[in-house]
Design a protein around this ligand. Structure first.
Ligand code: PGA
Length: 258
């Protein structure tokens, strides 16, 4: 049984210290003590120090929305994994569609970041997903990304990766992708992981869904054995909503166990 994983990224929505303090103060009240799932927060980069102050020594994981592909050196404007470790963060988001599309991030660069994170015991949340034009070739697109991003990683490390399936056309929308579509895509990802790596790796890796997740659509989305949680954006900006999403995931996953 895989442990559910539920995370939130603030992109660059909540950028002030006081905003993050308020949010994390609420989140701590409602979510500390949740041990049945791995909860993680990716604050706006400028507020990472706040997350460190609030979340170190709690069960809630936190980290950056991106890291440089090298730990140290001449890469102006990037965030080093050394700083992340210094903040005692243990998660990092890699390969979000906005970075791939707007900033031209390549799979080659993403693969380097994933390796660097794993080598430093930081859990990478690796975003993959198709755009509107690739919908018809979904399996091909997912296979290509998995292969490009995850090759040459030792099996034991690979099992620690969290894959965030985020169809690009469902990000920033009113509605998420339909539950049926999400379930089909997650099944494909699991199958391709078996094909590319091994059954053991494929069964260990958690695959979570992201793209307009809300408390209204969470239940239907996670009601599938291949969906191990959700990756929340805007609809978790109210900490109460995020907490409701966490409770819904746990409710559904506990029903499955019984
Ligand atoms: P959204 O963001 O829920 O606001 O669409 C999701 C994401 O990009 O991870």
């Amino acid at each position: 049984m895989r442990k559910p994983a539920i995370g939130i990224s603030f992109k660059i929505y909540k950028n002030k210290k006081t905003d993050m303090e308020t949010y994390l103060g609420e989140l701590k009240k409602s979510c500390v003590g949740t041990i049945e799932a791995d909860l993680f927060v990716f604050p706006s980069m400028g507020t990472l120090a706040v997350a460190s102050d609030y979340l170190v020594n709690t069960e809630i994981h936190f980290g950056a929305q991106n890291i440089a592909p090298i730990a140290n050196g001449a890469l102006t404007g990037e965030l080093s994994i050394e700083s992340l470790i210094d903040w005692q963060a243990d998660f990092v988001e890699v390969g979000h569609a906005e970075r791939r599309q707007e900033l031209g991030e390549t799979d080659k660069c993403i693969a380097k970041k994933i390796k660097l994170a794993l080598a430093n015991q930081v859990t990478p949340v690796v975003c993959i997903g198709e755009d509107e034009t690739q919908k018809k070739r979904l399996r091909e697109q997912l296979n290509r990304q998995l292969r490009a991003d995850l090759s040459d990683i030792p099996e034991e490390q690979l099992k620690k990766v969290i894959l965030a399936y985020e169809p690009i056309w469902a990000i920033g929308q009113k509605e998420a992708a339909s539950a049926d579509y999400v379930h089909q895509a997650h099944r494909i990802i699991r199958e391709e992981m078996i094909d590319l790596f091994s059954d053991e790796v494929a069964q260990a890796v958690r695959i979570i869904y992201g793209g307009s997740v809300s408390k209204e659509n969470t239940e239907a989305i996670v009601k599938d054995e291949n969906v191990d949680g959700v990756f929340v954006g805007r609809f978790g900006h109210d900490p109460q909503n995020f907490k409701e999403i966490v409770d819904l995931v746990l409710k559904i996953k506990n029903e499955v166990k019984e």
